[in-house]
Ligand binder design. Structure first.
Ligand SMILES: O=C(O)C1=C[C@@H](OP(=O)(O)O)[C@@H](O)[C@H](O)C1
Ligand SMILES: C=C(OP(=O)(O)O)C(=O)O
Length: 455
């Protein structure tokens, strides 16, 4: 399933107050890994709460193409895995659509096998850098054919015996860390990943849960060393995927911005590697109550009660970026309605997401009358509480560049802007949050199709 560049009808969201209690679909990172590890493990894995967005479904299709049996029975996904080391050569290119996570992790997972696998994706994924994963795979002995600049399409062929490596991850990336560890699963000996800056730790936790021999050591400077013993056996598990904090961010920011709102979001993943946005919004003065924090399936989970709040600008330090990397577009929208300036630092990774998110956000803000400055790896937004004059009265749409988070962020902005905010492609939202429009309208937002000159 990949998106063309055809524009979907432009839409804008409008709202009086937002009220109600909602559950957010399952976490995308955990859902991808549930399909991958379930597909690889020996025996049966049963998954509830899986995110059924296009990104994750493409990972399921890839695992199926490599021998996993996957079916949905009622609310449960049931997987019969191949057993470690027993993936089959895919007969056709694996199409990951829009998904960096699905593509990069699977490159690690299957790239070390002694057969060919080819990876393709949509126009967005084809522009994204794959060298960050291909370089460590080359060190492990994998032969790589790639388009210029280490872009898709990529074809990999593993050696008869891969080399276990020690790899220091050069940028803050859970995808790179995970790709090397997954390559280590089918490599004899110990694969070591050194992570100077901690990123989301779902791969480590879930591999341990599936029975891998994986150890994490933390030194006094916060550097993590992860050691994985290859060629062990993973055993099928029962997984209940908690709600995605990155999707939660959209109704959460909407409730903060729309006067009179009072929204409860249940069963949200609160893993500390994912909660940077909540901390930042609380520093800005947001009324977010964390209710009934609990442990579920080894993860921190809680319900969040969010009430409309007057926000003020803050500085978001660079070292917080990994814990909220996908939330900057919607934070920038919140900042547009805050009193004073919000300064976001350490944003270099935003340039290599589904779009160049730093420039996509700055362009969208400027189009809708927000005062902001885009630096090389920084964004400063000078807010205007109330959003007077915001929006685009001429009907120009925000260009989403096949980026779901840009689409959702600007639809949230439209809830409180004086004039409509439209986006050129709402269809791309289905990659990560197909229920977004229904969930927002269920809380009281109205969708207004708008004549778009861009369309
Ligand atoms: O490992 C993961 O599940 C993810 C890691 C992050 O990417 P990077 O590793 O490129 O930072 C994040 O942006 C992405 O949405 C999901
Ligand atoms: C960056 C994201 O995803 P991916 O890298 O998997 O495409 C995202 O969902 O914001």
């Amino acid at each position: 399933m990949s998106h063309g560049v055809a524009l979907k009808p432009a839409r804008s969201l409008k709202s009086a107050d937002l009220r109600g209690t909602v559950r957010i679909p399952g976490d995308k990172s955990i859902s991808h890994r549930s399909f991958m590890f379930g597909g690889l493990a020996a025996g049966e894995t049963r998954i509830t709460g899986l995110l059924e967005g296009e990104d994750v479904i493409n990972t399921g299709k890839a695992m199926h193409a490599m021998g996993a049996r996957i079916e949905k029975v009622g609310d449960e996904w049931i997987i019969q895995g191949t057993g470690n080391g027993a993936l089959l050569a895919p007969e056709a290119p694996l199409d990951f659509g829009n998904a960096g996570t699905g593509c990069r992790l699977t490159m690690g997972l299957v790239g070390v096998y002694d057969f060919e696998s080819t990876f393709i994706g949509d126009a967005s994924l084809t522009k994204r850098p794959m060298g960050r994963v291909l370089n460590p795979l080359r060190e492990m002995g994998v032969q790589v054919k790639a388009a210029e600049g280490d872009r898709l399409p990529v074809t990999l062929r593993g050696p008869s015996i891969p080399n276990p490596i020690t790899y220091r991850v050069p940028m803050a990336s859970a995808q790179v860390k995970s790709a090397v560890l997954l390559a280590g699963l089918n490599t004899p000996g110990v694969t070591t990943v050194i992570e100077p800056v901690m990123t989301r730790d779902h791969t480590e936790k879930m591999l341990q849960g599936f029975g891998a021999n994986l150890m994490v050591e933390l030194d006094a400077d916060g550097v993590r060393t992860i050691r994985l013993e290859g060629r062990g056996q993973l055993i099928g598990q029962v997984i209940d995927v908690p709600g995605d904090p990155s999707s939660t961010a959209f109704p959460l920011v909407a409730a903060l911005l729309v006067p009179g709102s009072d929204v409860t979001i249940e069963n949200v993943l609160m893993n500390p590697t994912r909660t940077g946005l909540i901390l930042t919004l609380q520093e800005m003065g947001a009324d977010i109550e964390v209710i009934n924090p609990r442990l579920a399936g080894g993860e921190d989970v809680a319900d969040l009660r969010v009430r409309h709040s007057e926000l003020k600008g803050v500085t978001v330090p660079a070292d917080r970026a990994p814990s909220m990397i996908d939330e900057y577009p919607v934070l920038a929208v919140a900042a547009a309605f805050a009193e004073g300036a919000t300064t976001m630092l350490g944003l270099e990774e935003l340039r290599v997401k589904e779009s160049d998110r730093l420039s996509a956000v700055a362009d969208g803000l400027k189009l809708n009358g927000v005062d902001c400055d885009e630096g090389e790896d920084t964004l400063v937004v000078r807010g205007r509480p109330g959003g007077k004059g915001y929006g685009n009265a001429t009907g120009s749409s925000v260009v989403t560049h096949l980026d779901h988070r840009i689409a959702m962020s600007f639809l949230v902005m439209g809830l409180v802007s004086e004039h409509a905010v439209t986006v050129d492609d709402a269809g791309i939202i289905a990659t990560s949050f197909p229920e977004f429009m229904d969930l927002m309208t269920g809380l009281g937002a109205r969708i207004e199709p708008v004549e778009s000159r861009a369309a």
